[in-house]
Design a protein around this ligand. Sequence first.
Ligand code: CMC
Length: 448
Amino acid sequence: MAKKTTATKATPAKAPARQETMTLIDNRNGKQVTYPILKGTVGPEVVDIRKFYADTGLFTYDPGYGSTGSCTSTITYIDGEAGVLEYRGYPIEQLAEKSHFLEVAYLIINGDLPNARQQAEFEDSITHHTMLHEQMQFFFRGFRRDSHPMAVMCGVVGALSAFYHDHMDFSKPEDQMIAAHRLISKMPTIAAYAYKYSQGQPFIYPRNTMNYTENFLHMVFATPCEDYKVSPVLAKALDRLFILHADHEQNASTSTVRIAGSSGANPFACISAGVASLWGPAHGGANEAVIAMLTEIGDKKRIPEYVKKAKDKNDPFRLMGFGHRVYKNYDPRAKLIRQTCYEVLEEVGIKKEPLLELAMALEKVAIEDDYFIEHKLYPNVDFYSGIIYRAMGFPPPMFTALFAIARTVGWIAQWEEMLTDPETRIGRPRQRFAGPTTRNYVAMKKRK
Ligand code: CMC
């Protein structure tokens, strides 16, 4: 039988893709400068202006970094116009429905979903790092009982570097991993201890027989006097909230972690800086602020008054839990959180939650209002989360601490990505100086 031959066609050598560029003209002197345009896998391309100052003697000016890409990342993708959020390519809706927090944590940190062995090893490691050095309890006891949990967390998370300095060579992947696992494991314990301390109750040690979220709820709500059974419905709901908060690309706290880490600071110090940044009401502190706002509004009749205040440029009031730098559409996390609200309220036996009804009425008025439509302001992740946390029994000051537990996964993944990126340099923006020019020192007796 004749042998079947395959004709080999010479494939023409592929011409290298032409580098796309952008040319800018300085109208003061006609000088042209050209910069490469870099593509990502999806999303807006970026102009590489790293040589801009050397070429022109000018800085770019972008307060709030609305047009600035600060790094290359492979972790989280957001399409703010379409309301899309993906971790490592997986849509947030699928992860919220099908996954669980520690699987998502593995995914965010390692880049792919784990196989069964990898998942078991990861969970085992996280479970066995949950205890805090016993000496650390005295650190908590140094705080006032009425301290805000985020104040306690800023201090205690930073203090981890004083207790765990045995693997601090962060050029080694092993040391990076140990720090990552320690932080993910110990954040719930720190947040729970901050709560217990504020209540004047004894600390409850972690339990290795429970999963991550159950163990956290147990450390918060159990007491040594009686058995506390963690509700699987509440544990599942909180786990989903943790998934939704796990990462959000280069937001304020993540950028803070990256900038802190770019100087070579240790990860405990960097994450403590992230906690501080998250605490602000324009960022993670908004979940606490939403409940304060809804409580102040108090009645549906007063919604128009508050919507009017939010639109008034002479009034600093803003609708908390509304608006986002990136989402110009409904925040996909807010949608999922609103659904979870009902499950939690049913589980805890709340038939009618006036704050939820008020929040939904406020959302309706706001999203139909011309100002909110024109400004593309929609509910964000913080709008409904506080209602769930409250129904679970957390006091409002704990809300941002819950956010911090989940976001630690994103912070640590972004910190590791920064460390291993050969393009990383110390984060050091410049400025437009508008202060006084050189002047001579004036002796006190000659000053007016
Ligand atoms: N209520 C009323 N007006 C608003 C609001 C709001 N919540 N948010 C933005 N605007 C207006 C703002 O006044 C401005 O109007 P104009 O262009 O006419 O001057 C315009 O919208 C753009 O606002 P911006 O402050 O330049 O937008 P930004 O991207 O710098 O800020 C934000 C984003 C989230 C800080 C802001 O929307 C805000 O303060 N929201 C309330 C706080 C909040 O809910 N934060 C949680 C954010 S999501 C989770 C997280 O990051 O942790």
